[in-house]
Ligand binder design. Structure first.
Ligand code: SAH
Length: 345
């Protein structure tokens, strides 16, 4: 079995070099080729001897993702990618242009097993976790393709990041490394459907990224009907973990709330939400739900009204801007349509 060299931290690479009898500085050279210059073959590492490159080729592999399909929005500069991984599985990433620069929404798993009723990513279940190197590769391939520098990352693509906890934490370490892509944690958001175990474990790391919670409902009755995870950790356990998270990290949490007609868009829901989040320093992001053909959830027309109501009651709420509307830029549906691609690997 070849080892995944792009998922190794610099310290791990140094140990690896020691094991195979190479000087320590080789680790720095390889790390630089992989993480900064973003090469996808050992042959490109021209400051290493041919013999050594062959040896690396025999024992290690460089994870990559290649562009299978690419869609460019005509309405804004949003670009949606369907990426193919080394084993033929496909994932989606979306590149978005904001005033402050380019932001990429990346996937953390192939598929998802969380089962949220409104979400296309979970249809067909979880195929496998992504490795740290495959999360990095999404950023690298997009950056090279567009010849830009990406400054922000949102982990809001396919998958539940806290269902792939160790690989996600390692990815964060690699992407934040000043000898690599070097994106600071304050430029990263991570979204969870409410894996309270993950939230509690993650707060111990005192990481400065922005945590987003896919709340979508103000009480257990509605949340149970939409999100199976709520049967394991209910709304009160989730909010209590969020309050502790803020206490521990000092970082304001962002709550995602997809507005669905007749399900979670009433005045009563708004009142319950205000009560639920009272006294918490947080932000509520209202999202007009994307209609998915596999379910009957419809978009609420009350999004702005709901938002104004929350604001009038002292809550910090905004309606999420829709980008890439013409290329269905929200994740999940493209992969679903496409299936696995046969490769020779
Ligand atoms: N599993 C994580 C990360 C995915 S983020 C999580 O659940 O947070 C993707 C975001 O889009 C989540 O907030 C998810 O709830 C939301 N989402 C999924 N399907 C949607 C849809 N049809 N319309 C609007 N938002 C949706």
């Amino acid at each position: 079995m070849k080892k995944d060299i792009k998922s190794m931290t610099l310290v791990e690479l140094e140990n690896e070099m020691k094991l195979i009898g190479q000087p320590k500085f080789r680790a720095g050279q390889i790390f630089d080729w992989l993480q900064k210059r973003m090469v996808s073959s050992f042959d490109e590492m021209t400051n290493l001897s041919k013999d050594f490159r062959n040896r690396l080729e025999n024992d290690y592999y460089i994870a990559d993702c290649v562009i299978e399909e690419k869609f460019c929005s005509k309405l804004d500069e949003t670009v949606k990618y369907l990426f193919r991984l080394n084993d033929g599985e496909c994932i989606e990433s979306v590149l978005m242009k904001y005033n402050h620069g380019w932001s990429i929404c990346i996937s953390s798993q192939v598929g998802c097993r969380m089962g949220c009723k409104f979400c296309a990513s979970t249809i067909g279940g979880l195929k496998r976790n992504l490795t740290p190197s495959e999360m990095l590769s999404q950023i690298m391939t997009a950056q090279k393709d567009m010849n830009i520098r990406i400054s922000n990352i949102v982990m809001m693509g396919i998958g539940e990041p806290f269902d792939n906890y160790d690989n996600v934490v390692r990815f964060l370490e690699l992407v934040g490394c000043d000898k690599g892509i070097n994106i600071g944690m304050r430029h990263i958001s991570l979204s969870t459907c409410g894996r309270v175990d993950g939230i509690r474990k993650f707060m111990e790391l005192d990481n400065q990224l922005t945590l987003s919670i896919s709340l979508h409902a103000p009480n257990d009755k509605i949340r149970n009907s939409m999100m199976p995870i709520n049967n394991k950790w209910n709304v009160s356990e989730l909010i209590s973990a969020c309050r502790d998270y803020f206490k521990r990290t000092g970082r304001r949490i962002s709550f995602e709330y997809a507005m669905i007609k007749g399900v979670n868009d009433s005045k009563e829901c708004a009142d319950e939400l205000i009560k639920l989040l009272s006294g918490m320093i947080c932000h509520v992001n209202l999202i007009p739900v994307n209609e998915v053909k596999e379910n009957d959830y419809e978009r609420s027309e009350r999004v702005h009204e709901f938002c104004d109501y929350l604001n009038r009651h002292g809550m910090n709420a905004t309606v999420r801007r829709t980008l890439g509307a013409d290329i269905s830029a929200s994740c999940g549906q493209l992969r679903q349509k496409h299936g696995k691609i046969d490769t020779k690997l």
